[in-house]
Design a protein around this ligand. Sequence first.
Ligand SMILES: NC(=O)C1=CN([C@@H]2O[C@H](COP(=O)(O)OP(=O)(O)OC[C@H]3O[C@@H](n4cnc5c(N)ncnc54)[C@H](O)[C@@H]3O)[C@@H](O)[C@H]2O)C=CC1
Ligand SMILES: O=C(CO)COP(=O)(O)O
Length: 331
Amino acid sequence: MKIAVLGAGAWGTALASALAAQHRVTLWGRDEVLVSSMAQTHYNSAYLPNARLHPQLRFSEHFDKVLAEHSSANDLIIIATPLSALRSISHKIADAGIEASLVWLCKGVERGTLALPHQIMADVFGADAPVGALSGPSFAAEVAQHLPCALVLASSHERLNMGFVQQLNQSTLRIYHSTDVIGVEIGGALKNVLAIAAGVCDGLELGSNARAALITRGIAEMMRLGLALGAQPTTLSGLTGVGDLILTATGNLSRNRRVGLALGAGRSIADITAHLGHVAEGALCAHAMAALAAQHGVDMPITKAVCAVLDGLSPADAVQQLLTREASSEN
Ligand SMILES: NC(=O)C1=CN([C@@H]2O[C@H](COP(=O)(O)OP(=O)(O)OC[C@H]3O[C@@H](n4cnc5c(N)ncnc54)[C@H](O)[C@@H]3O)[C@@H](O)[C@H]2O)C=CC1
Ligand SMILES: O=C(CO)COP(=O)(O)O
């Protein structure tokens, strides 16, 4: 299969390299200098410096040319930018009038509109377009080292749901299919916010009991919001929900967890993001997530606490506020 990956950050690069073992893959990046250096060295020095990229992986900085080469219904285009760029890059793809299927990797809720990624795509391409979300517990650095990883491709379109899933599966990359796009996207968006909370908890050295409690109560928030939006409980407890939360809340490769650790250690969010070098979607969408929950009348105390810390409340005070809420039933 011919695949174009648009966006040469950590995840786009790692996935493109993994898929290049079985497909003809072109990685598009907007930074000419980085693309040229990747083509010469087969390393992405800016976003994934320790992984040698697959020798068959192709590179390009020519957006229109890459789209023209992946314009048929048999081709797949994977959008690997942060959520903030999904709408603008999708409009550029729509302008090209191509028939390829589209998959996005970003996780989050759009600020302002409170749209999930699939709603952004429906705005741009219409409700019946062959599009889908690829999500799940997947640190880019591990996928780039060919370590095993399981993902979910969620789409309501037959072409993606069965056809492409079969073709994308390979020995170290197991891809399940799902039609529960909302469930997959809510889990992926919220786990980033909850990973910040877990990082804060560990940054404050509150112990393993506290972290287990926080993650479990985070799952309760994920279930409440997901169910209110029409997600299936089995999706929320699956790879893209609880699975990705376990990874991101406990694994130090997570940028969101590292944001939380640094907040817990007393650093400001402005200082942390200025030095992170990557996107931390949880920090960008925590307020939108809280607004979405409020819109649906869903109580999300941990998400609200993360928003308060991002707004400058001291992490210790945020923890005190969480712990001293009125007693309530667990369920
Ligand atoms: N890194 C990881 O392990 C995983 C990341 N994700 C998600 O994938 C998305 C991308 O993450 P990463 O690649 O890790 O981020 P990153 O911060 O490593 O790289 C972001 C890339 O997007 C590019 N970009 C930003 N705005 C753009 C625009 N308007 N047009 C074209 N390119 C643009 C940047 O130049 C950079 O190459 C995020 O939503 C993230 O949550 C999902 C699963 C795993
Ligand atoms: O989504 C991810 C793993 O599945 C990556 O998480 P971070 O963005 O926190 O690094």
